[in-house]
Design a protein around this ligand. Structure first.
Ligand code: AGP
Length: 605
């Protein structure tokens, strides 16, 4: 949700902190700020909006100092203003924070009663006011930080900087990710390894409840029980961490375009010389599983919706699906024969992590499908399966969606084989279809021109409907989400057969209705729903293959997809869903990679 960075450097740190914040900006961009110790004194620059606004300030009003902390914000408490921007300062201490302090109001009242003067609406300011209060009571910075952490309830990844303490930075992690970087006579901290990628390739991931005292000679790490502990130093591949647009206008465009190669290389990690042809952990046990519970948010949730069809059809395995933020509040009936599977690109989504922690107390096996293998969700799973999509920077998820689908499809094949529903030959036949995906996705990408031509019309729309049947229904939901989140046009998705039960009242000549309909067993029914729309002058956009387009006859707008096996349709039809949103957003002039109000990883509930 927010990004934090800290450096105890041997050179002026402000430029390095600024560059690191650039790599964290995908986590939030409502405001940004840096604090340094300039001759031992705290000095802070903050700006509303994107990092570029802070850059402008720093050009005219540089921030000297070789110790510093920085922050890029996604607003939770308090609107995006300079006063609410981090770093926050009180007396001799400054702090940057990612997360939500749930008891901040009670703490604030207590501090105000003791004379503290608050200058912001944020929960974060409570942290620094508390630390300042303890300093004024004569505590050392480490004692003050420790006592402050004891008072906090909620989720945080935070870093303190203290006046007069040029070789000290204190950080803590509870519910939000944080890693420490090891340099040559320098030490760093950041919300993720990407932030530290240009500074070091040696990082230590703090565990839940850890806090640490950093100096340029290293870090003392304490666990949740205050016992000094060691955490492993991991080498990160800079290539994976280094991010650029590779010549594309936007990260989203790059990530859409790289799907054929990503899917091909990811698949290679999962095929093996086994009876079902799959290279999956032996500990995955679908034989003992009587029910699979799929839990996720957003796009990852729609990947689960598609996977439900696969697990039930290919493995005869009953599947329940839950939106993560609803899951634990419905008091789900769970048992040791259940398998709970969590899908998350970032692996840090608070709702999904909370659902995992609830489920693991009751189910037999917790499995996760993630892109960030060092993430909290991965670390807290019995089995974590990487999607190998590489860093996904665009806030709108694209390559992660198809890469999630690929791993879920492979799991469905393994489940089918283990449960005796799918023969080894059946597995290999389906695997052969999955291997066709990169080529078909590339063909779908070749239709970008047709989609670009549609974008002008769509960009004028006030509302858009997406329709589909079978696995094309969750695809319709994903298409609606993509369009909403980057073009800001209201869009809804319906099972095509559901239209006549009310939503058809929305149809008029202004309403674009996008229909995903490969010429499969459900095509006829979907086309009849489409004709109900055309009879009411709806602006139908039919996305189908040649056979389907031919059979459908005269439809105002058409996009032709390759003819493909039904099993892999979700991968192929994800491409028009992504490109429709992308080109419509371009026409609308919205910020494709960093849409308003959003962040790439929602690490608060
Ligand atoms: C997708 O385009 C959105 N950015 C959002 O719905 C996202 O899928 C959701 O927040 C889940 O994120 P995760 O996969 O990192 O858990």
């Amino acid at each position: 949700m927010c990004g934090i960075i800290g450096i105890l450097g041997t050179h002026e740190v402000s430029p390095q902190i600024h560059d690191a914040l650039k790599r964290l900006e995908y986590r939030g961009y409502d405001s940004a700020g840096i604090a340094t110790l300039n001759k031992g004194r705290l000095d802070i620059r903050r700006a509303v909006g994107k990092l570029i606004n802070l850059s402008d300030i720093l050009v005219h009003d540089p921030l000297p100092g070789r110790s510093g902390i920085g922050h890029t914000r996604w607003a939770t408490h308090g609107e995006p203003t300079v006063a609410n921007a981090h770093p926050h300062r009180a007396g001799r201490v400054a702090v940057v924070h990612n997360g939500i302090i749930e008891n901040f109001r009670a703490l604030r009242e207590q501090l105000e009663a003791q004379g503290a003067e608050f200058t912001s609406q944020t929960d974060t300011e409570t942290i620094v006011q508390l630390a300042s209060h303890y300093l004024d009571e004569g505590m050392t910075p480490t004692q003050a930080a420790r006592h402050t952490l004891e008072q906090l309830e909620g989720a945080f990844a935070l870093a303190f900087l203290f006046e007069g303490e040029e070789d000290l930075m204190i950080c803590a992690r509870r519910g939000s990710p944080l890693c420490i970087g090891h340099g040559a006579g320098e030490m760093y901290l950041g919300s993720d390894a990407i932030a530290l990628a240009e500074l070091t390739d040696r990082v230590t991931y703090l565990e839940e409840g850890d806090w640490a005292v950093l100096s340029r000679s290293g870090a003392m790490i304490f666990d949740a029980e205050d016992k000094q502990t060691n955490r492993p130093v991991t080498r990160i591949t800079l290539e994976a961490a280094r991010i650029d647009k590779s010549g594309h206008k936007h990260f989203m465009a790059k990530e859409i375009a790289e799907q054929p190669s990503i899917l091909q290389s990811a698949m290679a990690q999962y095929v093996g010389n086994t009876p079902d042809g799959l290279n999956l952990p032996e500990t995955l046990d679908f034989k003992q599983t009587d029910r699979l519970i799929l839990v996720a948010c957003g796009t990852a949730f729609y990947a689960c919706q598609v996977a439900k069809y696969w697990f039930e059809k290919l493995a005869g395995l009953p599947v329940e699906i839950d939106i993560a933020s609803e899951f634990r509040y419905r008091d789900p009936v769970l048992g040791p024969a259940n398998m709970a599977l969590f899908v998350s690109q970032s692996g840090e989504t608070a709702d999904t992590l909370a659902a995992l922690r609830h489920a693991r107390r009751h189910v037999g096996q917790v499995v996760s499908v993630v892109n960030v293998t060092t993430s909290s969700i991965a670390r807290e799973s019995d089995v974590a399966l990487p999607i190998h999509a590489g860093p996904e920077i665009g806030v709108a998820s694209t390559k992660a969606f198809t890469a999630q689908l690929q791993v879920l499809a492979l799991l469905a094949l393994r489940a089918g084989w283990q449960r005796g529903v799918l023969s080894a030959e059946g597995c290999k036949a389906r695997l052969a279809e999955l291997r066709l995906i990169p080529g078909f996705v590339a063909q779908a990408l070749d239709r970008e021109g047709e989609i670009r031509n549609l974008a002008e019309t769509l960009s004028q729309a006030r509302d858009v409907l997406f329709l589909g049947r079978g696995t094309m229904f969750p695809l319709a939901m994903e298409g609606a989400l993509k369009l909403k989140e980057i073009s800001y046009i209201h869009a809804e998705a319906y099972a095509a057969g559901e239209l006549k039960h009310g939503p058809i009242a929305l149809v008029d000549k202004e309403l674009p209705v996008i229909v995903f309909a490969p010429s499969d067993a459900l095509f006829e029914k979907t086309v009849s729903n489409m004709q109900e729309v055309m009879a009411r002058h709806g602006k139908v956009i039919l996305i189908s293959d040649l056979a389907g387009l031919t059979q459908a006859g005269d439809v105002p707008y058409r996009v032709q997809m390759p003819a493909i096996p039904e099993f892999i349709a979700p991968f192929i039809y994800a491409i028009p869903a992504q490109l429709i949103a992308y080109h419509t957003a371009l026409h609308r002039g919205t910020d494709v990679d960093q849409p308003r109000n959003l962040a790439k990883s929602v690490t608060v509930e």
